[in-house]
Design a protein around this ligand. Structure first.
Ligand code: ADP
Ligand code: MG
Ligand code: MG
Length: 906
């Protein structure tokens, strides 16, 4: 027989904090507190396993459950000295959900279960407090009808027609009619009558009687907790957070204690340290004569816990420290005990019933990024935790918040919202809105802060995006051009703000009836996707000394190197500041997009539209000095560090001139007719350019293109060496699928290398030669590829695209359906698909090493900055990950945590 129930309380406790999987977070910690001899009202936890069996049985309780419940109840009854359902001396309980970690959508707690016609008189007699009993009863009716009878039954009332709202309205009308200000002013007689009217309304609306039998109430509440596990909100939350459905939820049934029994009773929540700043100060809120949810409900302003943490809103209210000093001292001792025991900041709930303190919950407390950092460092310095624990205390994802300026949260509270979109680029920014990339560049030149607002962005907007403080688009998803570029730069960006109606001609923007003109000021919160009117106050996140200290400790534990994807000396420098140890991807083609690229782009176009070998040779010769200078500039910044330089990758037609003016210019330069330019451009068009004539294929058809690039690399290196520098180039061939491609290009590389040695009369020009692994075939024949390649860099963007057969640029139209239908639980372009794409990676690692044990292995896709994917890379035994500059700290921390958690994997 499976054991479903685990008791906790002063006399008997069966679980502990290590059993979160079985007992849920709440149940495990209640048991742990009971074990620590803290005053926990006795109760029991029904395991998550029972929840799974409940669903296996199509929504029926396992046969043995009821008997177990009755046994456990009997134990509680003997400890509490009350009996569940007894008319003379009734025990009341709460029924609370509790999954492994708290999650939205789970059933709300129901208090006062067991109160019914039969038990009301007994409780009144015992407490001598009729008002209290009817207040508890009306709360039970309101909560129960809402969560058990309506939500769990999946009745979907129209907006505003839900039972909870209806009952609340009845209560408010009563208060208005009788001139009661607070809930506590309602007279006992009125409460009594209200409860009767509530029950009638429930019967009318929900076509069911409010259960008047304690056992029915309890079993109904337990079933409702299980049902909430499969409620819509809970399910969609699990999809987003990649939480498996099989975890299930536990249920906690616990003796009620009452904070609403008069002026010696109270309830409150507290954090063992300040969750906003991390300060080592006991911080919390409480209310006298109140029950559970009143503190967080916001109907009354809660009092401060102690004198030390009073703020402007509550400084006039007495603290617990002042009102009930002895109980405060007891609570403060518990706070110290819990911190010493858990060695982390705890979030606790307590209730005081007629001068006696009870603990109702404790769990690791949520905190801001700054607080997380400060607490981790403080606890290390206090000697509470060791370095490894400290390193694991910060979620790499929240580092973003620390590296970018943000909108001051206080200013945001009162700000006027313009629209909402997807949070594509982190941090906050304000600026005057402009509608074209040229305007952004112009305005920025005259020292204006601008926000570039576009329908959607394309590569031609790149300079404007660069110049703008932030980018805002009406269309596009999280992987749209704007989003990718902005994230790469760490620029604040919101995409897909559909409410924006943009008119580029009139330079106006409409949102509903509001009209905004060029030059109007907006503030963007790119971390949340919020657009506001006007200039909001910002908070600078610059130079954080503590953060640097934290990161240098984390770095000690890392097994992988962290490089960056950078195409310009400026990006390279940013990345170095963030701790990059090399460049994992330098895209040569980007030199044709950036600032002052007009001339180089023109020459590239001339080369592309050349017809004959001779024409092309001439164009390439003209292009050569530009390419060499670009490469040299970045190698110089990255002195002594490896730089992976990828040969030309995109299909040529991407560079074909679009404007009439540019086309004419090319025609003149090539001494051909503009019609001929059209014709040649057309010939370059492909139906599937992403799998067309690109990457190494260009180098096979036009070896002179590869030759020019490789020659530029070696000459740049030779010049740097002569100047006393130490360049470390790694020449990378993209889009390969066959080892003979590598052999073909290698001949060019060797030839250029030898030539450079001669020309510059130097002894050695060290370099590595390798390839990107981004086509499944290449991964599968990695043993052969490794005969030529001294390194592999996994290009997981393309590898994902080709493994799934999903076009990266078109997933917007179906990815959500895949997620909604649980066909995929995550977007494989954001988080590496370990099953198949990861399988190809591990296969390639194993086969590559078989041929060449010392082969260098890295990853350069977007995944290199995603913590989950970084952990995978560690386990797969890669030497480094490479990501955009602003993600370097995230990758460093994720890699350190991976090394600590999976030290046995390599
Ligand atoms: P949540 O996860 O939303 O915090 P809880 O079950 O912790 O849900 O509680 C909701 C409120 O009810 C909390 O304020 C809690 O302290 C209170 N509460 C829960 N169980 C009891 C109980 N046995 N006696 C008194 N109050 C309780
Ligand atoms: Mg709680
Ligand atoms: Mg690629």
């Amino acid at each position: 027989m499976t054991k479903y129930i685990y008791e906790f309380g002063p006399n008997k406790t069966e679980g502990d904090a290590s059993q979160k999987n079985l007992l849920g977070g709440k149940g495990a910690n209640l048991a742990e507190m009971a074990k620590l001899k803290l005053p926990v009202p006795p109760g029991f936890t029904i395991s998550t396993e029972c929840c799974n069996h409940y669903f296996d049985l199509n929504g029926r309780f396992p046969d043995t459950l009821e008997e177990e419940i009755l046994n456990a109840l009997a134990n509680i009854e003997s400890q509490a000295g009350m009996v569940f359902g007894d008319p003379g001396n009734p025990l009341l309980v709460s029924c609370r959900s509790g999954a492994r970690s708290s999650m939205p959508g789970m059933m709300e707690t129901i208090l006062n279960v067991g109160l019914c016609t039969a038990t009301i008189p007994g409780l009144i007699k015992k407490t001598n407090n009729e008002w209290f009993v009817y207040d508890a009863y009306r709360r039970l009716i309101m909560m129960y009808s809402d969560v058990v009878m309506e939500k769990a039954e999946q009745l979907r009332p129209k907006d505003g027609m839900g039972i909870r709202l209806n009952l609340e309205m009845m209560m408010n009308n009563l208060k208005n009619d009788k001139g009661y200000n607070n809930d506590t002013d309602i007279s006992t007689e009125d409460l009594k009558a209200l409860c009767e009217r509530f029950k009638k309304k429930i019967k009318e609306d929900l076509k069911a009687d409010f259960p008047d039998n304690p056992k029915d109430q309890l079993m109904g509440a337990i079933g409702a907790v299980f049902k909430s596990w499969n409620g819509k909100r809970a399910v969609s939350y699990r999809r987003i957070e990649h939480i498996p459905d099989t975890w299930g939820t536990a249920v906690n049934v616990q003796t009620m204690v009452f904070g609403n029994m008069g002026d010696t009773s109270a309830t409150g929540v507290a954090f063992t340290r300040d969750p906003a700043t991390g300060d080592n100060k006991f911080y919390g809120e409480w209310l006298v004569n109140a029950q559970g949810e009143d503190v967080v409900a916001g109907t009354r302003t809660p009092n401060p816990l102690n004198i030390d943490t009073k703020n402007s809103q509550n400084k006039h209210l007495p603290s617990l420290e002042e009102s009930m000093p002895q109980l405060y001292t007891q609570l403060f001792d518990i706070r110290n005990l819990l911190e010493a025991h858990y060695k982390d900041m705890q979030d606790i709930e307590f209730t005081i019933q007629e001068g006696r303190l009870y603990m109702l919950q404790c769990r690791v407390g949520k905190r801001t990024a700054t607080a997380a950092l400060n607490m981790a460092m403080d606890m290390l310095e206090e000697g509470t935790i060791d370095e490894k624990t400290m390193v694991c205390r910060l979620d790499p994802k929240i580092l973003d918040d620390m590296l970018h300026p943000i909108v001051d949260p206080n200013a945001e509270k009162t700000a006027v919202k313009v629209a909402e979109g997807l949070p594509a680029g982190p941090g906050g920014a304000w600026g005057q809105i402009v509608f074209t990339a040229e305007d952004a560049v112009q305005w920025a030149k005259s020292d204006k802060n601008v926000i570039l607002v576009r329908e959607e962005t394309n590569p031609e907007d790149i300079e404007g995006m660069r110049a703008a403080a932030a980018v805002l688009t009406a269309r596009g998803g999280m992987t749209s051009h704007a989003a990718l570029v902005a994230r790469g730069w760490g620029k604040c960006c919101i995409v897909g703000a559909g409410a924006l109606k943009i008119n580029v001609e009139t330079k106006e923007l409409r949102v509903g009836t509001r009209v905004f003109k060029e030059g109007d000021i907006f503030t963007l919160n790119g971390t949340r996707g919020m657009v506001y009117q006007g200039q909001l106050k910002m908070k600078d996140a610059s130079e954080n000394v503590r953060f640097k200290a934290f990161m240098s400790i984390a770095d000690k534990y890392r097994a992988m190197q962290v490089r960056t994807n950078a195409d310009t000396p400026a990006d390279a420098m940013t990345a170095l500041d963030f701790g990059a140890q090399g460049i994992g991807l330098f895209r040569t083609e980007h030199m044709f997009y950036g600032a002052d690229s007009d001339k180089a782009l023109f020459l590239l176009r001339k080369m592309i539209l050349s017809k004959t070998h001779e024409e092309r040779e001439i164009a390439l010769e003209e292009l050569f000095p530009f390419v060499k200078e670009e490469i040299k500039a970045t190698l110089q910044v990255m002195d002594n560090l490896p730089v992976t330089i990828r040969l030309l990758d995109p299909p040529l037609h991407e560079f074909v001139p679009q404007s009439r003016e540019n086309q004419q210019e090319i025609a003149d330069a090539l001494h051909i007719d503009i019609e001929e330019v059209f014709k040649r451009s057309e010939q370059l068009l492909e139906s599937n350019p992403m799998i067309g004539h690109r990457g190494v294929r260009l180098g096979i058809t036009y070896p002179e293109i590869s030759h020019m690039q490789v020659k530029a690399i070696f000459e740049a290196c030779a010049e740097l060496i002569k100047a006393g520098k130490n360049p470390m180039p790694e020449i990378m061939v993209p889009v390969t699928c066959n080892e003979k491609e590598l052999a073909f290009v290698r001949d060019i590389v060797t030839q250029c290398h030898d030539q450079a040695l001669k020309t510059y009369e130097i002894e050695a020009l060290p370099y590595l030669y390798g390839t990107m692994i981004e086509i499944p075939r290449a991964a599968l024949i990695a043993d052969k590829m490794a005969e030529y390649a001294q390194f592999f860099s996994f290009g997981t963007n393309d590898l994902t695209q080709m493994t799934f057969g999903f076009s990266r640029d078109d997933i917007g139209s179906f990815m959500n359906d895949y997620i909604d239908n649980a066909i995929l639980s995550f977007d494989p372009f954001e988080t590496l698909d370990q099953e198949a794409v990861g399988g190809l990676v591990t296969t390639a690692v194993e086969r590559g090493r078989r041929t060449r044990p010392e082969i260098k292995l890295g990853i350069c896709g977007e995944h290199g900055g995603d913590p989950e994917s970084v952990i995978f890379c560690h386990k797969a035994g890669l030497n480094y990950v490479s990501c955009s500059p602003y993600r370097v700290p995230i990758a460093r921390l994720a890699a350190a945590q991976a090394a600590i958690m999976y030290s046995d994997c390599r």
